[in-house]
Design a protein around this ligand. Structure first.
Ligand code: ADP
Ligand code: ZN
Length: 659
C-alpha cells in the first residue's frame, strides 16, 4: 500500500530557511591535490634510493672503493653516490636504473642518517685511512630546505588553534560546514541570497493574517518594484523597517515574503552572527553585507535578532566587554546613514525586545518604521492553519475553526509545528489522511510536552494527583474572577503529573481580585492535598513558584498592596537587570516580604474555605478523575452545575496550564 506514502505528504520544502548548508567538496579536492603534489615533490629527487646502515655502507661500498661522493645534507643525513662503473655490479642492481627503468640512475643511490656530524667525519676518516686516493669518496655538504615540512610545522599549530577555537565557541554540535565557513570566511558575512532566478519562494500570500502589517510592507514592495513612482514625487521610502514580535510570529517569514513578492535578492544575517569570535569581525561583516546588497540593488537586507548588536550602549553593567558590539553597532549606523534612501536597499530587522534597543538605531533615517507582529487571534490562526494545511492531505471533516479555537496563544511557528506534528502522528499510525484526533494529539503535545502513558504511577500517588487537580478545578470553578476550565487530566505529560487547562480571556488589565483568585486557584491543588491527606506533598512546586512570583509582582511592581502603596520597582529599561543593588531599603524589603506572605496566606485561606465547603464535590471529582483520567468542561458542569461565570468568546487568549 504505497498510497499512504503518497498521501501523507509532509511538505518539508516549505521552510526554506532550514535548508542545510551543504558541505562543498571544493576544499577537500584542493587539500587532496595539495597533498599529492607534496608527496610527488618530496619523492621526486630520490625516486630510486635505498636506506642503508653505516656498517654495511662501510664494508660493502666504501672499503670496496665503489663510492664516488658522499653528500651530507643538513648535517643530519648522508646521501651516497656510487661510481658509474661500479653500478654495473650485481649488488647495485636495485638502485642502478633511473626513474623509469631506462636510464642510469645518476644518484644519490643510498642514504642513511647520522647522529652527529663530528663523529661521522671521524669515523669516515678512520675508515678511509687505508684507501687509495682514487678510491676515496669526495665529501660534500649540502643545505636543503624542506619547505613542505616547514610550512606544515607553521600552519599546523595555527589550524589546531583555529579548530580549538571553533570548537569552544561554536559548541560541540558545530557541523563541518559551519567549521569551514568560520575557518575560511571569517570577516565575511555569510548572507544567504535568493538571486532573482531562484527567488525567495515565500510571497505575501503565504503570510496569513496581519492585514495591517501587510498593507504597510506592500508599500515597500511597490517601491522595490517601481521606485520611480515614489521618487518622481520626491517621496522618500523608509530605509529601515523594524519588525517587532515574539519568537515565531513570522518576522523572518514576513521579510522573506517582501523579498519574494518584489522579486529582489534577499540578504539575511542574524545579529548573533555578527558578534562571533574574532574582535573586529562584526564591523567588517556589516560592511560586507551592505556592499553585497548594494551590488544587487534593489535588494533587501534582513538582520534577525538585532537586539544582540543594538542593545543600549554603555548602561548595562556587564562583565563581558561591549567593545565588539559597539563597533558593530557603529558600523551599522554608519552604513545606514551612508546610503541614499532611494538607492533601493531596504534594511529590515527583527527583534522581540524593541524596548532595549539603542535609541540611535530608531532615529529617523534608520529604523524609523516599526511594524508590530502580535500573536495571532483566532481568525488569524485559522488563516495560518489554512496556509499550512494546504500541502497536507487531511480528512475533509477536520474543522479548521475548531483547530484555531483549540490553539489560543500559539504563534505562527507553533501552528506550522502542529500541522507537521499531526502529519507525523497520522503517518505513524499508517492513516490515509490526517484526522481531527491527530491534530488534537499534536496540539496536546505542544501544550504540555509529550504524553507519556507509560510513566508508572502507584495507585496512592494517582490518588494524590487526582485530589490535587480536583482542588485546582473546584477552586477554579467556584471563583468568580478566574478563567474557565476546559479540561483536567491526570495523565502525565512531560515532567508534570497532571494538568488543568483553562481558557483565559483576553485582557490587557488584570484587577486585584483577578490576581487574588488566580493565586487561590493555583494554591487549590496543594490545599486539597492538605485537607484530604492532612499533609502536603512535593507535587506543588510549580504552583508555589508561580504563586510566589505572582505575589511579588503584585506587591513590588504593580502597586497592588496597600502597605507598599503606589510604588513600582519594575524596571522597563532592563538596565538594572544585572545590577547588584536593590532599589529599595532594607525596611521596604522586609515590608514587601511581609505583604507577599500576607497575600499568599489570604489566598490559601480562601482556597481552604472553598474546598472544605465543597468537600463532597471534591471527593466526587477526584473519583471521576481516577476513573476517567481526563475530564472536560461538560463533566464538570454535570457535577458542579453551571459555572458562576460563563465562557465568553475572546480574541487573543492563551491556553494556560496549571500542573
Ligand atoms: P520569527 O522570525 O518571528 O521568529 P519565523 O518567521 O521564523 O518567526 O516564523 C517561523 C515559521 O512560522 C515560518 O516559517 C512560517 O512557516 C510560520 N509562520 C509564522 N507566521 C506565519 C503567518 N502569519 N502565516 C503563515 N505562516 C507563518
Ligand atoms: Zn498544581
Amino acid at each position: 500500500m504505497n498510497s499512504e506514502k503518497d498521501n501523507i505528504n509532509v511538505n518539508w520544502n516549505k521552510i526554506p530557511e532550514q535548508k542545510p548548508r551543504t558541505f562543498s567538496g571544493k576544499w577537500v579536492y584542493a587539500l587532496l591535490i595539495l597533498g599529492i603534489t607534496a608527496l610527488f615533490f618530496s619523492n621526486f629527487g630520490h625516486s630510486n634510493m635505498e636506506e642503508i646502515t653505516w656498517p654495511k655502507f662501510k664494508t660493502e661500498m666504501l672499503l670496496k672503493g665503489d663510492v664516488s661522493r658522499i653528500d651530507v645534507v643538513n648535517k643530519e643525513s648522508v646521501e651516497v653516490y656510487i661510481k658509474k662503473d661500479s653500478l654495473k655490479k650485481e649488488k647495485y642492481k636495485n638502485v642502478s636504473s633511473g626513474l623509469f627503468g631506462k636510464t642510469l640512475n645518476p644518484g644519490p643511490h643510498y642514504y642513511f642518517t647520522i647522529g652527529s656530524l663530528e663523529v661521522f667525519e671521524q669515523q669516515l676518516e678512520v675508515a678511509q685511512a687505508n684507501l687509495a686516493d682514487k678510491d676515496r669518496a669526495i665529501i660534500t655538504y649540502n643545505k636543503r630546505e624542506n619547505w613542505w615540512s616547514n610550512i606544515l610545522s607553521w600552519v599546523f599549530p595555527f589550524v589546531l588553534v583555529l579548530l580549538l577555537w571553533n570548537f569552544l565557541f561554536k559548541g560541540m554540535g558545530s557541523s563541518i560546514g559551519k567549521m569551514r565557513s568560520s575557518l575560511f570566511d571569517f570577516g565575511k558575512s555569510k548572507p544567504e541570497e535568493y538571486g532573482s532566478g531562484k527567488l525567495s519562494p515565500v510571497t505575501i500570500k503565504d503570510v496569513a493574517g496581519y492585514e495591517e502589517a501587510k498593507t504597510e510592507v506592500m508599500e515597500v514592495v511597490e517601491f522595490l518594484k517601481q521606485p520611480q513612482h515614489f521618487t518622481r514625487l520626491g517621496a522618500k521610502i523608509p530605509k529601515g523597517i523594524l519588525l517587532i514580535g515574539a519568537p515565531g510570529t513570522g518576522k523572518t517569514h514576513m521579510a522573506r515574503a517582501v523579498a519574494g513578492e518584489a522579486g529582489v535578492p534577499f540578504f539575511s544575517l542574524s545579529g548573533s552572527e555578527f558578534i562571533e569570535m574574532f574582535v573586529g569581525v562584526g564591523a567588517s561583516r556589516v560592511r560586507d553585507l551592505f556592499n553585497k546588497a548594494k551590488e544587487k540593488v534593489p535588494s533587501i537586507i534582513f538582520i534577525d535578532e538585532i537586539d544582540t548588536i543594538g542593545r543600549m550602549r554603555g548602561k548595562a553593567i556587564s562583565i563581558q566587554t561591549n567593545d565588539e558590539r559597539d563597533s558593530t553597532l557603529n558600523q551599522l549606523l554608519a552604513e545606514m546613514d551612508g546610503f541614499d534612501p532611494n538607492a533601493g536597499v531596504i534594511v529590515m530587522a527583527a527583534t522581540n525586545r524593541a524596548d532595549i534597543l539603542d535609541p540611535a538605531l530608531l532615529r529617523p533615517g534608520r529604523f524609523d518604521r516599526h511594524i508590530y507582529l502580535e500573536l495571532p487571534n483566532k481568525q488569524e490562526r485559522e488563516a495560518i492553519f489554512k496556509v499550512h494545511l494546504k500541502p497536507l492531505l487531511f480528512d475533509k471533516k477536520v474543522n479548521v475553526e475548531f483547530l484555531a479555537s483549540q490553539t489560543p496563544g500559539f504563534s505562527g511557528a507553533d501552528i506550522a509545528n502542529v500541522c507537521n506534528e499531526a502529519a507525523l502522528i497520522a503517518a505513524r499510525s499508517k492513516k490515509n489522511a490526517i484526522d481531527t484526533e491527530d491534530f488534537s494529539k499534536a496540539i496536546d503535545r505542544l501544550v504540555g510536552g509529550l504524553e507519556k502513558k507509560s510513566t508508572i504511577i502507584s495507585l496512592s500517588e494517582k490518588k494524590v494527583i487526582a485530589y490535587h487537580e480536583a482542588g485546582h478545578a473546584i477552586t477554579g470553578w467556584m471563583l468568580k474572577h478566574v478563567d474557565p476550565l476546559v479540561k483536567v487530566s491526570i495523565i502525565p505529560r512531560g515532567k508534570s503529573l497532571g494538568g488543568a487547562w483553562y481558557l483565559p480571556e483576553e485582557r490587557k488589565i488584570i484587577t486585584r481580585s483577578q490576581f487574588m483568585d488566580s493565586l487561590c486557584m493555583a494554591l487549590g491543588g496543594r490545599t486539597a492535598e492538605e485537607i484530604v491527606f492532612k499533609e502536603a506533598s512535593s507535587g506543588a512546586l510549580d504552583d508555589l513558584e508561580k504563586v510566589t512570583k505572582l505575589a511579588y509582582t503584585m506587591v513590588a511592581n504593580l502597586g497592588l498592596s496597600e502597605k507598599i502603596g503606589c510604588i513600582s520597582f519594575y524596571d522597563s529599561t532592563g538596565v538594572s537587570e544585572n545590577g547588584f543593588q536593590k532599589p529599595f531599603s532594607e525596611a521596604t524589603g522586609q515590608l514587601i516580604d511581609v505583604e507577599v506572605r500576607r497575600i499568599v496566606e489570604e489566598a490559601h485561606e480562601n482556597a481552604r474555605n472553598i474546598l472544605t465547603q465543597h468537600r463532597d464535590k471534591l471527593d466526587q471529582l477526584a473519583e471521576l478523575l481516577l476513573e476517567k483520567e481526563v475530564i472536560y468542561k461538560e463533566d464538570l458542569e454535570a457535577l458542579l452545575g453551571k459555572r458562576v461565570k460563563e465562557i465568553t468568546e475572546s480574541k487573543n487568549h492563551q491556553l494556560l496550564l496549571t500542573e
